[in-house]
Design a protein around this ligand. Structure first.
Ligand code: FES
Length: 120
């Protein structure tokens, strides 16, 4: 019998990885080389591992009561704790962008817009 696995895609990094069901999104991210900074290593103490699961949370386990209490209404926006949400199907996840990378990306976009305006 083949070993079952599911693809987890991460944006904005554009990376993906195949993992076994039950793997946390945090572990999947690390396998894919996607950095999610954390302090508590999955003890639900830091809440730094918040990610957005696209398609209304498709492909991840429903939140347990403890995660529900920590996230409250954020759950309705697809926010999950990567250390708690477990892969159970194909899924796409948006991770928070590193502030420095974001600043560089925005600067490059501004420069491109200015160049496009200059040559138009
Ligand atoms: S790693 Fe700290 S809450 Fe998820």
């Amino acid at each position: 019998m083949p070993i079952q696995s599911h693809t987890v895609s991460f944006s904005p990094d554009g990376k993906s990885v195949r993992v076994r069901p039950g793997t946390t999104l945090l572990a999947a991210a690390r396998s894919a080389g996607v950095r999610i900074p954390v302090r508590c290593e999955g003890r639900m103490g830091c809440l730094m591992c918040k990610v957005t699961v696209e398609s209304e949370g498709a492909g991840v386990s429903p939140p347990a009561e403890a995660e529900r209490r920590k996230l409250g209404t954020s759950l309705e926006s697809g926010i999950r704790l990567a250390c708690q949400a477990k892969v159970c199907g194909e899924t796409s996840v948006v991770t928070p962008e590193d502030p420095l990378k974001r600043a560089v990306r925005l600067q490059l976009e501004r420069q491109k817009d200015e160049e496009d305006d200059f040559w138009a």
